[in-house]
Design a protein around this ligand. Sequence first.
Ligand code: HEM
Length: 492
Amino acid sequence: MEVMQLLTVGVAVLAVVAVAAYRRRRRSRHVQRLHTTKSMPVIEVGDADVARRLIIDHADSFSNHHDVPLAVDFDAGHPKTQSITSAPYGPLWRALRGNLTANILHPSRLGHLVLPIQRDAVEALVADLSAASARGGEAVVAVRDGVYAAVFATMARLCLGDGGELDDGIPAMRRTLREFFHSGVDARLLARSRLLRLLHWRQWRHFLGTRRRLAELFGPAIAARRRRGNCGIISTYVDSLLDVRVPNDVAEAEPAGGESLDRRRALREDEVVRLVWEFLGSSTEAVVACVEWTLARLVTEPEVQKKLHRELVAGGDHRKGQAVSDERLRDFPYLRAVILESLRLHPPLPLVVREVGPEGAVLAGAARPPDGTFVRFTFLAEDIGRGHRAWTDPETFRPERFLAGGEGEDVSPVPGPKEIKMMPFGAGRRHCPGAGLSMIHVGSFVAALVREFHWAPPADGARVDLTAINALFVKVMASPLKARITPRASQS
Ligand code: HEM
């Protein structure tokens, strides 16, 4: 029975693949694509200077991401659904990224758009932890889920806005998106080979099913937003996506004279859905991982925690029971240093990828592959952050290195054109547009949690396991952090 089922599914998958391949070949006359072949050479770069030279000096060549597996499109007959991350460097990418950075992530908008929403989420998280520790004064908590819910709530409201039907759907969206990212399916591997998809068809079906459920969940929320309109004021990411006009697909390849750029179009429904879950996924998973890694390091380094707490209390705004949600990182240099040190040692996205034409290999000093062969470059952000040339005792957690006079004094989250010492948010034209928001996010959550609670290992003498695993593309703690928290108020 199992064999028959497998054969039936195999034949069906082959038929779908054949139709998809046929349609893709017809489409490729119009749409610029990156070629992902099984035999694509891969070059790994763990040296900061080489990374800088390639990504910054040769930005014209090194500004395409790889063909992200999540964009694998079995909906044959449609143009491929692109997102900011997957779009080839060009007019569509520029329009999508420009929309996000200008309308949502611009520093002038972050203040009034994000901070009030964030304050609610931080306060809710502190209240939950306070309730857990109410009885004995201390409690052992696993923070990942709580932080995830708080960060997701913030980003969902920023993305979709407030409103009854949206609020009701948020927990289901959170669960499904999380299941998607943590399904254990090696999507990268499966996306590369049809044979592997056939062999692991159950996993693959599950993966596609979760993807479909995401569309079903976000579709109605987006439609509701469309019906309500935005009264001319963009206040959510979806508002901006419904307003933005992007180059037509036929104009995706850089036009010679620029004339076809005038023919702009609204985003299709599938594109809005894809961009919504890209936003929620990319803005939540990595932030949660960073908060968890930072708290883990504060548990293992009590002196650092003490020093951070002193800075936070001295910074004022310490009203009992009130979370700190509008931290200004520049007023808290040690907090900023702690976050940077956490990102240096534990970049949640440890691999930064570029897909480059054959000239890329030559620029990197390798032999030129045959014409038309693309090369995948993997920049090892974790190795670069732990480089011996840039950092003394690179494996040691020492935030002081980012303070005045330290070797990292001038280092910012996103490297400038002159030097790369770490690149947790990538580098060059494709660097993470959410770096500024992430620093504020992580800063607000960590500040509130350290101000309100003392963090210690779950039991006397217990060790915190800092082993990491990859969850799709984010590197997280293999054993979610468990810590013993004690309300500061009960200690004084
Ligand atoms: C601690 C949190 C975060 C980390 C560590 C992180 C890291 C990264 C990295 C390494 C890249 C690839 C950069 C490159 O290729 O050079 C990236 C891209 C991206 N990130 Fe983030 N990210 C974080 C939070 C966010 C947030 C809050 C958003 C907000 C919406 C966001 C949206 C994006 C997008 C859209 C891209 C694709 C950019 C492009 O292709 O042009 N990320 N991120």
